[in-house]
Write a protein of this length. Structure first.
Length: 107
């Protein structure tokens, strides 16, 4: 089956709010339930994985169109965003349970 067929099958036969992982790390497909205004649909959820393969956030970002992807790409490519993150990291306290990397042990 190709991607389109797999997505169509999931849309038609999946459960409401069911999440299926993809072969892209940190990317899943979620089946959104129908409402009075629209029929059931699918959304892409982007939630990067940590070094242990677990999602970094409780909820990821849901994307439903190429227009949204392009808008996020434009934001992430802006060098001012990196500067803002660096400034935030300087003033925010370290998160509880977060361990500093101890380096690599060469064997």
């Amino acid at each position: 089956m190709d991607v389109t067929s797999n997505l169509r099958e999931f849309l038609e036969n999946g459960e409401d709010w069911e999440r299926r992982n993809t072969n892209i790390p940190g990317v899943a497909i979620i089946r959104l339930p129908s409402t009075k205004a629209r029929s059931a649909s699918l959304a892409i959820e982007v939630n990067p994985l940590d070094e242990n393969g677990r999602p970094m956030k409780k909820k990821g970002v849901m994307i439903m169109s190429d227009e949204e992807v392009q808008a996020f790409q434009k934001i992430f490519e802006n060098p001012k965003l990196g500067n803002l993150v660096e400034a935030l990291e300087e003033i925010l306290p370290e998160k509880k349970g977060q361990k500093k990397a101890g380096g690599v042990i060469e064997i």
